[in-house]
Design a protein around this ligand. Structure first.
Ligand SMILES: [Fe+2]
Length: 236
């Protein structure tokens, strides 16, 4: 178990204040942060067991009586810690818009159809090698009101705790070749391009299943120099 988490390991993450991403202006701290020493409660737990997973939590195409519309995809990868070691038995939660770019959420009222066969939320627990796997539908792009004619690139939100509260990560996974990325202030707010690309999945023919689904790989690094950058859980 890690007993220290150097703050330098947070370098991959976006700044609190990035004016092009408008809600950061309201929430960015105006005063210097207060450093609080780590205690045992940050370094232990939370612990999730396999029993907390439902049968179809990892397959978002089978959570209803019918099949959702859209392009079926498999998303899989490894969760590793800042030293590259696999993080086994850790809960990976994800949520996303449907193929039309609409969330099942009261705040999302943009004029795209909901899909009665798609909720858009999944959970998985990593295996001994740190691997997780989801079957889902490729999410659509959707408009948001950050600036004129603003559209979010297709993305899947991920939330992980890893071995302790200090390794908690909320991030987004993107798809290769999306023309909206260069216009997206959330994507562009990550200062280091190499760090940015760690939020990009890669198409993977080995994961792709014939006559069934395209495969994408998305490895997740909790903290450290090569950490997957974080994104705020409350935003689009
Ligand atoms: Fe989103």
């Amino acid at each position: 178990m890690l007993t220290a988490y150097p703050t330098a390991s947070l370098d991959a993450h976006p700044p609190y204040l990035y004016p092009d991403y408008r809600s950061t202006v309201k929430r960015a701290p105006a005063r210097p942060l207060v450093v609080i020493p780590h205690t045992l409660s940050e370094l232990t737990g939370p612990v999730y067991g396999h029993e907390s997973l439902g049968e179809h939590d990892g397959d978002l195409t089978r959570q209803h009586t019918g099949e959702p519309l859209g392009e079926r995809i498999i998303v899989t990868g490894r969760v590793v810690d800042e030293d590259g070691r696999p993080v086994p038995d850790t809960l990976v939660e994800m949520w996303q818009a449907n193929a039309a770019g609409r969330y099942v959420h009261v705040v999302d009222q943009h004029p795209a159809p909901l899909d009665p066969n798609f909720t858009g939320a999944g959970r998985a627990v990593t295996d001994a090698q740190g691997r997780y796997r989801f079957t889902t539908i490729k999410p659509g792009a959707y408009p948001w009101k950050n600036h004129a004619n603003a559209w979010r690139p297709a993305h899947i939100h991920f939330s992980l705790f890893g071995p302790s509260f200090l390794s908690r990560l909320v991030t987004q996974m993107y798809f290769p070749g999306d023309p909206l990325l260069a216009l997206d202030p959330m994507w562009m707010s990550i200062p280091d391009e190499r760090a940015r690309l760690r939020m990009m999945s890669t198409f993977d023919i080995e994961t792709t299943e014939p006559e069934w689904a395209l495969g994408y790989r998305f490895d997740i690094v909790l903290r450290g120099r090569d950490a997957t950058p974080t994104e705020d859980p409350h935003d689009d």
